[in-house]
Design a protein around this ligand. Structure first.
Ligand SMILES: [Zn+2]
Length: 277
C-alpha cells in the first residue's frame, strides 16, 4: 500500500509529550519532519514532532486515503474486501463471546437485538452495516468527510469529527475502534470519553498495530505500518494495559495470532477487549 500523504513541512508539525506521563521521550527514529520517541517512564511510543490537527484533517479528507490506503478495490470479492468481511465477522463473534456471560441472547447465539454499538473511526461504515445486520442499534464517528458521507449513504447514523467532540448519549453496550487508536491526537482522552459512554457491563473492542511485533522489531524504520504522518501512537500489550487502567478499564483479551479470524493475516497488529474496571 502506498502512503498517499501530500508533502508536509516542519511548519505543519507540533511537539507532543507522552499522554500518560507528560515525558518528552527519547528518540527512537528520526524521520524528518517527524520523530518517533519512547517515553522514558512508561515506554509508550509516540510521534513528535507530528502533524498539527489542521494538517491532519486535510490529510484524512483526501478521498484516496480510504480508496487507496485502507479499503483498496471495493468491488465485490477483492482480497482486501474479503479480508475486511472476515475481520468483521471474527470481531463481532469475539465481542459476542466476551459478552456471553452477561447477555443471554449472546449466550444462545442469537443477534444482539436492541443493544447499542458505537464505532469510532467508522471509515466507510462497513463494520457498522454488519453490526446492524446482527441486530445492534449502531452509530458511528468518523473524522473524514468523504468517508462519513459514504457511511450516511448506507442509511447509517454517523457524526463527522473527533469522538471527544461528538454529541453522543450513552450508555452504549459495545464501543469499537478498528485501527483508530494509533491515529487519535490524545488516546487517554479518547478512552476516558469511552468510559463515560460505555455501560458499566459494556464491552470495548479495538485493534491497533503494535510496536513490539516481529515486523516492527525486524524492519525498524522500514516497518510498513510505522507511517508517522498518520500513526502517531505506537503501543505494546504492556502500554495498552497502562492506558486502559488510567482510563478506568481492565484488559480482558489480547488477540495477537494472525490465524485468529478477528486478526487474520495480521502479523503486526492485535485485537484487544476491555471492560470497565
Ligand atoms: Zn509515559
Amino acid at each position: 500500500m502506498t502512503d498517499p500523504a501530500p508533502a508536509f513541512s516542519a511548519a505543519d508539525t507540533e511537539q507532543v509529550n507522552c499522554c500518560l506521563c507528560g515525558d518528552t521521550g527519547t528518540s527512537v527514529y528520526e524521520l524528518p519532519p517527524y520523530g518517533v520517541r519512547r517515553c522514558a517512564r512508561c515506554t509508550l511510543v509516540f510521534v513528535s514532532p507530528r502533524l498539527r490537527a489542521q494538517a491532519l484533517s486535510r490529510f484524512y479528507d483526501q478521498v484516496d486515503y480510504f480508496e487507496c490506503g485502507v479499503y483498496g478495490d471495493q468491488t465485490g470479492w477483492s482480497p482486501a474486501m474479503a479480508l475486511q468481511r472476515l475481520w468483521t465477522s471474527g470481531r463481532l463473534n469475539r465481542i459476542a463471546k466476551a459478552r456471553s456471560t452477561r447477555d443471554s441472547n449472546a449466550r444462545l447465539g442469537r443477534p444482539a437485538d436492541g443493544q447499542r454499538l458505537l464505532e469510532f473511526g467508522s471509515g466507510y461504515g462497513l463494520f457498522l452495516a454488519a453490526a446492524r445486520d446482527r441486530g445492534y442499534d449502531v452509530q458511528g464517528v468518523e473524522l473524514s468527510h468523504p468517508a462519513a458521507q459514504q457511511t450516511a449513504k448506507l442509511g447509517l447514523d454517523v457524526y463527522c469529527g473527533q469522538l471527544v467532540d461528538a454529541p453522543l448519549d450513552g450508555p452504549y453496550d459495545v464501543i469499537c475502534g478498528w485501527d483508530t487508536l494509533e491515529h487519535v491526537p490524545n488516546p487517554l482522552a479518547v478512552l476516558r470519553r469511552i468510559r463515560e459512554l460505555v455501560a458499566d457491563d459494556g464491552t470495548v473492542a479495538m485493534s491497533t498495530p503494535y510496536f513490539s511485533s516481529l515486523p516492527s522489531r525486524l524492519l525498524r524504520k522500514r516497518w510498513w505500518t510505522l507511517k508517522p504522518t498518520e500513526h502517531i501512537w505506537h503501543y505494546t500489550p504492556y502500554t495498552l494495559r497502562l492506558l486502559a487502567a488510567r482510563a478506568g478499564f481492565t484488559v480482558t483479551d489480547v488477540i495477537r495470532s494472525p490465524l485468529a479470524p478477528a486478526n487474520l493475516t495480521r502479523l503486526d497488529s492485535l485485537v484487544i477487549l476491555l471492560r470497565p474496571a
